[in-house]
Design a protein around this ligand. Structure first.
Ligand SMILES: Nc1nc2c(ncn2[C@@H]2O[C@H](COP(=O)(O)OP(=O)(O)OP(=O)(O)O)[C@@H](O)[C@H]2O)c(=O)[nH]1
Length: 352
């Protein structure tokens, strides 16, 4: 799945949109070759102007509606992100007002075409057509603020991360510099794609790997799961909530070498916070940089973890040591769940 907002079109300013419609109408009217008496020719031209203006306006507005996903149809991950970035209520109201405008313009079109059909006076027809122009122009101006709001929302939303919501997702956490991106590269065997994520200047790193015909997605969100809760603002908390809709397993990385710049006591403290925050998730904890770490520090972290029932894995992300074991553990957690989902879906399609 792609970013669901990727196809949202830019919307013209109200004046531009109105001008465009009126210009098209003039072009259509002058290209037409109506036949009959003068009042019949005039009628055909005025009718054509009205229909064209209505069509151009409605087509442009319809495009916005068609290419903007309805909020309630979005996966929870994107709904959560939407809430942090734009006002969901305003977003919804803006779309509703476009819908209203489309219907009202169509209604006016039909009404004015009918009025013109009853007339035999070209001057009156022109007056009616101008009246129609005035009314549709004011409808477009009325929704101008809403259109502008959607334009701004689009600029923000089109940059949301491209994450495959169908893949089981593994989220990496741990202090800065403990080796998160090194592990991601090692696990996914590919240069991770850096997608922009609205809460960090660094972007989100996304990579995938395949094992036993199942694809897995690994993401690292620098700046998000590497600091204590108290240092996070409201938006970051919301972003973490969004991650919760996405993740299946958390890999937490310790750096017992302390080369990352954080003493192990700090790392244990952050771990406790993240462990608490994601308590409904399975955790896999790795001890990285065991090639350069003191055995004593490694054991200290290990015994801290074992006390809370976690069996950590020693790795060296830089050269791949321990990665196979880590993958095995990941697959052991995710695969049965994925298989259960596949069986469940197969059962459903067989029964229905
Ligand atoms: N000796 C050793 N160094 C490692 C290992 N894994 C990572 N490093 C080094 O640790 C440093 C930090 O690694 P990164 O992968 O950039 O760490 P990070 O957690 O992604 O950092 P941020 O994205 O800034 O949070 C780099 O210089 C890596 O080369 C390891 O297993 N052993």
């Amino acid at each position: 799945m792609k970013n669901p907002f990727e196809k949202m079109p830019t919307i013209l300013f109200p004046d531009e949109l109105i001008d465009k419609a009126f210009r098209r109408a003039e072009k259509a009217a002058s290209a037409a070759t109506p036949r009959g008496k003068p009042f019949q020719k005039a009628r055909e031209r005025e009718e054509l102007r009205i229909r064209t203006v209505s069509q151009v306006l409605r087509d442009n507005l319809r495009k916005v509606l068609d290419r903007t996903p309805g909020v309630s149809t979005l996966p929870p991950f994107y709904q959560e992100l939407l809430d942090t970035l734009v006002d969901r209520d305003m977003f919804h109201k803006s779309l509703a007002s476009i819908n209203w405008a489309i219907k009202t313009i169509k209604m006016l079109e039909d009404r004015y075409v009918e009025k013109i059909r009853y007339s035999r006076d070209p001057d009156e027809m022109a007056r009616l057509r101008r009246q129609f122009y005035g009314r549709v122009a004011s409808i477009i101006k009325d929704i101008g603020d809403r259109l502008e709001y959607l334009n701004k929302a689009r600029d923000v939303l089109k940059d949301l991360p491209i994450i495959d919501l169908n893949l089981p997702t593994i989220v990496i956490a741990g202090h800065p510099n403990v080796g998160k991106s090194t592990l991601l590269r090692q696990l996914t065997n590919a240069k991770p794609e850096v997608a922009s994520y609205p809460f960090t200047t660094k972007g989100i790193n996304v990579g995938q790997f395949e094992e036993h015909w199942l694809k897995y997605q690994v993401i690292d969100t620098p700046g998000l799961l590497d600091r204590p809760l108290s240092e996070r603002n409201e938006i970051e908390r919301q972003a973490i909530l969004a991650l919760k809709h996405l993740g299946k397993v958390i890999i937490y990385i310790f750096d017992p070498s302390e080369y990352c710049g954080y003493p192990i006591e700090h790392q244990m403290h952050l771990f406790e916070e993240i462990y608490e925050e994601f308590k409904e998730f399975p955790f896999i904890v790795v001890l990285n940089k065991t090639d350069i770490a003191d055995e004593e520090k490694i054991q200290k972290v290990e015994s801290f973890l074992r006390d809370i029932g976690i069996d950590p894995i020693r790795i060296v992300a830089k050269d791949g040591t321990g990665i196979d074991k880590l993958k095995e553990r990941l697959i052991g957690i995710i695969k049965p769940e994925m298989e259960a989902i596949v069986l469940h879906n197969m059962g459903r399609s067989l029964n229905g």
